[in-house]
Design a binder for this molecule. Structure first.
Ligand code: NDP
Ligand code: GDR
Length: 364
């Protein structure tokens, strides 16, 4: 007798991690259900290659309308899908935006976690359903220890991080109170060619590729001294799955253990594109010029955050020992892959422009 395929439910399936995780689980033979929000335009670009018409045979990928702020949708979808594993990746995930929309961020990123855990309880799925929570290195904020590991005290520095702190502890509480197999993956920054365009890495690779093809003149950034531990999203989603395959639920830091500044990222991307940058000035006056003396990178204080997370560096020793974690992609490989894909996108835009059509001009 063959065992039936496992069923996974992914919230945030239209996001960067949701797309990589869905592909990973489908390749493992899972039936994958995803929750997506109703939007006025299609927002399924990242998962379109996985989608198959429901009328075809052996379809294993399904999308449901729902929202982290709407308990009724979450209970209904959990009841319909009866998942073995829930991956809670949905969030208002932009730190700067959380200062502009703090209440909504608390609702979706904090209370949303509670709603899902309660849905598991209401439906009596505590023994069946395993739960992964997308926790974050932003919890460390104003760092209390270098590098940061599972036992490092938290000091969140944004409405986003404070909301995620609630999510972190409600997962621990439901694990201890009700015996739910629930874990926090404390993931450090992870990027990819499908990273949202307003996160700093993608903003840099997209802008420099467009500068290379004369589609844009200058890239404006905020704090270029900020340091991050950047890995590849494709590597990290495998760890999300592995955390749910252990004998007992535990929380894990996933990081590379290597740190670079935003300026380092700019330099690496520029080098990959063959743009030589000459840096001048400091603070808000800092600028980078190309070979012809054209200013290509400058500071716009609008991108400074009311409270900043200056430095993050993870210690992934526990994940190495218990999950066999080794990051596959180096910093330079990540930058190259992102630059290559954004250059292809810029080439497409160049062609569109050449034929007299307008291209997207949004640069935030
Ligand atoms: P993205 O911003 O790319 O994706 C977020 C997803 O959540 C999108 O599918 C989005 O939908 C969805 N979403 C947002 N709000 C709601 C809501 N109210 N109801 C339902 N869905 C919602 O994030 P990532 O893929 O990069 O990150 C995945 C998770 O991991 C997030 O929780 C993030 O906070 C966390 N995280 C990310 C890290 C990283 O470096 N990438 C590091 C550590 C943690 P839509 O497409 O409609 O906007
Ligand atoms: P972060 O990612 O805040 O770490 O959160 P982001 O790429 O937005 O910022 C990283 C650092 O770069 C600085 N920075 C800029 N950031 C943006 N977005 N735009 C700019 O122009 C700019 N200039 C400088 C920022 O100030 C910051 O210090 C990401 C998200 O994916 C979270 O959801 C996740 O939890 C954490 O990573 C781990």
């Amino acid at each position: 007798m063959t065992t039936p395929p496992k069923v996974a439910l992914i919230t945030g399936i239209t996001g960067q991690d949701g797309a990589y995780l869905a592909e990973f689980l489908l390749n493992k033979g899972y039936i994958v259900h995803g929750i997506k929000r109703r939007t006025s335009l299609f927002n399924t670009d990242r998962i379109d290659h996985l989608y198959r018409d429901r009328h075809e045979k052996d379809v294993r990928f399904f999308l449901h309308h729902g929202d982290m702020t709407d308990s009724s949708s979450l209970v209904r979808i959990l009841q319909q899908t009866q998942p073995d594993e829930v991956y809670n990746l949905a969030a208002q995930s932009h730190v700067a935006v959380s200062f502009e929309e703090p209440e909504y961020t608390a609702n979706s990123d904090g209370l949303g976690v509670l709603r899902l855990l309660e849905a598991i309880r209401i439906l009596g799925l505590e023994k069946k359903t395993r739960f992964y929570q997308a926790s974050t290195s932003e919890l460390y904020g104003l760092v209390q220890e270098i590098p940061q590991k599972e036992t490092t005290p938290f000091y969140p520095r944004s409405p986003y991080a404070v909301a995620k702190l609630y999510g972190y502890w409600i997962v621990v509480n439901y694990r201890e109170a009700y015996g739910i197999y629930a874990c926090n993956g404390i993931l450090f920054n992870h990027e990819s060619p499908i990273r949202g365009e307003t996160f700093v890495t993608r903003k840099i690779t997209r802008a420099l590729a467009r500068i290379k093809l004369n589609l844009q003149e200058c890239l404006y950034l905020g704090n270029m001294d900020a340091k991050r531990d950047w890995g590849h999203a494709r590597d990290y989603v495998e760890m999300q799955w592995l955390m749910l395959q252990q004998d007992k639920p535990e929380d894990f830091v996933i990081a590379t253990g290597v740190q670079f500044s935003v300026r380092d990222f700019v330099n690496a991307a520029a080098e990959e594109l063959g743009i030589t940058l000459r840096w001048e000035g400091q603070g808000v006056e800092e600028k980078a010029y190309d070979e012809k003396g054209v200013c290509r990178v400058a500071v716009d204080p609008r991108y400074f955050r009311p409270t900043e997370v200056e430095t993050l560096l993870g210690d992934p020793t526990k994940a190495k020992e218990k999950l066999g974690w080794t990051p596959r992609t180096t910093f330079n490989e990540l930058v190259c892959e992102m630059v290559r894909e954004d250059l292809r996108a810029a080439e497409r835009d160049e062609l569109v422009k050449k034929h007299g059509y307008k291209t997207m001009n949004y640069k935030e």
